[in-house]
Ligand binder design. Structure first.
Ligand code: GDP
Ligand code: GDP
Length: 436
């Protein structure tokens, strides 16, 4: 089942990002140790009582230089368009303001459930002031204090109660992929070219997740794909669609729903910061990844062009060392036929399962060749390993003491696993646990 989406709306300064961070908790960690990847605080995953959901801070989506009221109107509109449940946040300190009423008017037009939360209720005395907010017309207000973490549990109980009974299931018979990248790298051109090559378009699948429209197609070889809609490909004609943050949000949502993500770069312009940010999120989300260098026709090429470009990518995207790189042109169609087969291969690797006996042979061999580290005379002992998950493949290694597992040794084990099995295109996770 697709995860429900919760959006927080409200005028500036009521505490949206404070409450957002409180709910998202430790889960925001967009490739922290990756240089050049800034944290994006508008979208996060969270979980309450085993119910997973995605969270959007609409306040983080700035709508260019538009006047204040246009900004909050657009942000409320994003919440209505994207969310299953809307949290309308106000502040007890200022009471009901004109701007709150403006937001309320827009939310009336939505048939999505709206929960009114009054923030900055830091002490019992201010609780009695929350009743003024009944006038906004959203029923009982929930008192919270984002900075002190008060009332957040009750608010989450109410949010999860309002989730739709059944968010539509994804169609798992098809390999789901998306193309992400900066504006102008050639995503739409690639989409059209890929669909042009694979003429057996089955159908646009409507309503898979809200108003996303996926395109299903089958190749001549009989492989079944579903291409997920991303920003800039199908516009719905809303003002906010042209803002950068919104396109980042759409890309993140598309990544969440994908098995394999095609990170599209522009050969003509080289690698930019924004490329790294979105690629970092795809990596963090544990998706299969292929780096697609488009507009390869625009370069004057010599014998080194390809290897130079590749070396540059390997350096700039060091954390994506597992991702295959393909150089294409949407215009001349160079190498486009390779894309579906590459997606298929990466998808297989992303779902690969290794039996415990084979895995343990590999790990024991690795240990025999490169002895485990010691600390103060105490040696790391590896007892047993097993694969606990796919998509991405995740391995648990049971040891005598997790503190003895150095980062470099974990890397070594990961590399041994990669050389023994085909995990091209997928991140893999190695987790150590102490054997009880
Ligand atoms: P946003 O513009 O709605 O995202 O608001 P912020 O989260 O940036 O918060 C605005 C200001 O309100 C900041 O100075 C916060 O520290 C403060 N703030 C947020 N939550 C609380 C709260 O629960 N109690 C108090 N007293 N201040 C808060
Ligand atoms: P998007 O914003 O990422 O969807 O990019 P578009 O598909 O709209 O392409 C942006 C521009 O780049 C358009 O003018 C395309 O014609 C051009 N373009 C796209 N792919 C290629 C390519 O492979 N080679 C060349 N020379 N131009 C391309």
């Amino acid at each position: 089942m697709a995860n429900p989406v919760v959006a927080i709306v409200g005028r500036p300064n009521v505490g949206k990002s404070t409450v957002f961070n409180r709910i998202a908790g430790e889960r925001i960690s967009i490739v922290e140790d990756t240089p050049g990847v800034t944290r994006d605080r508008i979208y996060a995953h969270s979980e309450w009582l085993a119910q997973k959901f995605s969270l959007i801070d609409t306040g983080g989506i700035d709508i260019g230089d538009e006047p204040f009221l246009t900004q909050i109107t657009e942000q409320a509109q994003i919440a209505i368009d994207e969310a299953d449940v809307i949290v309308f946040l106000v502040s007890v300190k200022e009471g009901v303001t004109d701007a709150d009423e403006k937001v309320a008017k827009i939310l009336y037009r939505s048939d999505k459930p709206v929960i009114l939360a009054v923030n900055k209720v830091d002490n019992p005395e201010s609780r009695q002031d929350i009743f003024d907010f009944y006038s906004l017309g959203f029923g009982e207000p929930f008192p919270v204090s984002g900075s002190h973490g008060l009332g957040v549990g009750d608010l989450l109980d109410e949010i999860t109660k309002k989730f739709p009974e059944n968010v539509p299931d994804e169609d798992d018979s098809r390999i789901k992929f998306s193309l992400i990248g900066r504006p102008n790298v050639g995503k739409s051109s690639l989409v059209n070219a890929i669909l042009g090559e694979n003429r057996v378009i089955v159908s646009p699948i409507e309503g898979t997740t809200r108003d996303a429209i996926d395109t299903a197609f089958d190749t001549d070889e009989g492989d079944m794909f579903s291409m997920i809609d991303t920003a800039g490909i199908r516009k719905r004609g809303k003002v906010y669609e042209n803002t950068e943050k919104y396109s980042v949000l759409r890309a993140m949502r598309a990544i969440d729903r994908s098995d394999v993500v095609l990170v599209v770069l522009n050969a003509e312009e080289g690698i930019r910061e924004q490329d790294k940010r979105v690629a970092g999120y795809a990596h963090e989300a544990g998706r299969g990844i292929i780096i697609v260098v488009n507009k390869w026709d625009t370069l004057e090429k010599d014998n080194h062009s390809l290897s130079d470009f590749e070396a540059n990518i390997r350096q700039e995207f060091a954390y994506l060392s597992y991702a295959p790189i393909i150089f294409v042109s949407a215009i001349t169609q160079q190498r486009l036929t390779k894309i579906p087969e590459l997606i298929k291969r990466v998808n297989e690797n992303h779902s690969r399962r290794i039996t415990s006996s084979v895995l343990n042979d590999v790990i024991m061999d690795a240990v025999a060749h490169n002895p485990t580290p010691t600390d103060n005379g105490k040696r790391l002992r590896i007892y047993y390993s097993t694969q606990v998950a796919i998509q991405p493949p995740t391995f648990v290694v049971f040891v005598n003491d997790t503190d003895l597992m150095h980062f470099s040794y974990e890397r070594f084990l990961e590399n041994q696993i990669r050389t023994s099995f085909d995990f091209e295109g997928t991140p893999i996770h190695v987790i150590e646990r102490r054997r009880k």
